[in-house]
Design a protein around this ligand. Structure first.
Ligand SMILES: [Zn+2]
Ligand SMILES: [Zn+2]
Length: 326
C-alpha cells in the first residue's frame, strides 16, 4: 500500500509499505479519510517530536476490517474514529491520574507509530469509537480536533453562560471552539485576518460576531486558536482584567508575547494538550446530541498522491479542514 511518511532523513515522502499486521488487542482499519492537521505541518518542519520512519496522520476515520486475537468481532464492518495514543506507560503519575495525554512515554499515531495517511492502519481496539450514523465518514475526521477543543474548553469548563468569548483564528480548531463556546451559552466573537473571508463566513453562519480588531479588555475569555504571535498578542489585549486566556493553537517555536499581562490583569492561563478518553466522550456526546455540527468543515479531500497540495492547502485561507483519502 502507499503511505505518506516522515523519513529518517527528515523529509516527507510517498512510499510503498506492507499492509500492517494486527496483534492481540488491536484492529486493522481500512482508512476512509484522515485529516491533515497543523501538527502534521509542524512534524514535517521538525517543529513537533516524531520518530521516523513513520506514516503520518492522526485524525483517522475508517472501517474495521480485521480484529486481532481475542478481540470483539462485533467491531467488524463498523465505521470508527480512534483516539490518538497507540500506547502510554500506564504506570506514571499522569497515566494513573487518567491524564494519558501527559505521559512522557506516550506514543501517538502519526508521529511515533504509523498513522492514517495510508490505505490501512492498525490501532488498539481500546481506542475505538463508533461514528454516529448521521455523520459522514469524511466529516468524522473532525472528531479528533473536536476532542482537543473539548480538552481545552470543557474539562474543567473555561466558558460560562452569558460570558463574552473571543475566538482568535477561524481555522478548523477556531470554528469548533466557536461551536463549543456557543453551546456553553457564551456570546461569541471571532477575530480573523482580512484574507480569512471564507472561514469567517462560516464562523458568522455558526452564530459568531465577526470582528476585524479586538476591543481591549472586553472579553471574559479569549480562546487563541491561531498560534501566531500577532494572535496571541491580540488575545492578551482583548481579555478583561481577571479574565481567562485559553491556548488552543500551537506556535511551533518560541514567540515574543506581552506575557506581563498575565500579572497585570491577574489572568488565568490554561490549555489542553491533545485529548483524553474524557474529552473524546464529550466530543461524541456533543455530536450525538446534535449540539455540534461537523458537516461543511471538510473543504478539500485529496488522494494520498496529492499530499503536497493538501499540506499546502492547510495554510491557505481557502481551506478549513483538508483530508487525505486513499
Ligand atoms: Zn490534529
Ligand atoms: Zn505514563
Amino acid at each position: 500500500m502507499i503511505a505518506v511518511m516522515k523519513t529518517v532523513s527528515g523529509e516527507v515522502t510517498l512510499t510503498h509499505r506492507a499492509v500492517p499486521e494486527v496483534g492481540a488487542g488491536q484492529v486493522r482499519l481500512e482508512v476512509s479519510a484522515t485529516g491533515v492537521c497543523g501538527t502534521d505541518l509542524h512534524i514535517a518542519a521538525d517543529e513537533y517530536a516524531s520518530e521516523p520512519p513513520v506514516t503520518m496522520g492522526h485524525e483517522i476515520s475508517g472501517m474495521v476490517v480485521e480484529v486481532g486475537q481475542g478481540g470483539d468481532p462485533s467491531w467488524l464492518g463498523q465505521r470508527v474514529v480512534c483516539e490518538t495514543y497507540f500506547s502510554t506507560c500506564e504506570v506514571c503519575q499522569m497515566c494513573r491520574a487518567g491524564r494519558r495525554n501527559l505521559c512522557a512515554s506516550r506514543r501517538s499515531l502519526g508521529s511515533f507509530e504509523d498513522g492514517g495517511f495510508a490505505a490501512s492502519v492498525v490501532v488498539p481496539a481500546l481506542n475505538l469509537h463508533a461514528v454516529p450514523d448521521h455523520v459522514a465518514s469524511e466529516d468524522a475526521v473532525l472528531f479528533e480536533p473536536l476532542a482537543c477543543v473539548a480538552q481545552c474548553l470543557l474539562d474543567p469548563s473555561r466558558v460560562e453562560a452569558g460570558e463574552r468569548a473571543l475566538v482568535i483564528g477561524p481555522g478548523a480548531m477556531g470554528l469548533l471552539s466557536i461551536q463549543v463556546a456557543l453551546v456553553a451559552g457564551a456570546e461569541v466573537a471571532c477575530l480573523g485576518l482580512a484574507s480569512d473571508t471564507r472561514r469567517l463566513a462560516v464562523a458568522e453562519r455558526m452564530g459568531a460576531a465577526i470582528v476585524t480588531e479586538a476591543e481591549s479588555e472586553a472579553y471574559d475569555v479569549v480562546i487563541e486558536c491561531s498560534g501566531a504571535p500577532a494572535g496571541i498578542s491580540a488575545a492578551f489585549r482583548a481579555v478583561r482584567r481577571g479574565g481567562r486566556y485559553v491556548q488552543v493553537g500551537i506556535s511551533g517555536r518560541e514567540v515574543t508575547i506581552p506575557f506581563d499581562s498575565v500579572l497585570y490583569k491577574e489572568l488565568e492561563v490554561s490549555s489542553g494538550f491533545a485529548s483524553t478518553p474524557g474529552s473524546w466522550r464529550r466530543a461524541l456526546d456533543l455530536v450525538n446530541r446534535r449540539q455540534i455540527n461537523l458537516s461543511g468543515l471538510v473543504t478539500h479531500t485529496l488522494p494520498l498522491e496529492r499530499w503536497e497540495e493538501a499540506f499546502a492547502l492547510v495554510g491557505s485561507a481557502d481551506a478549513i479542514k483538508v483530508a487525505l483519502s486513499p
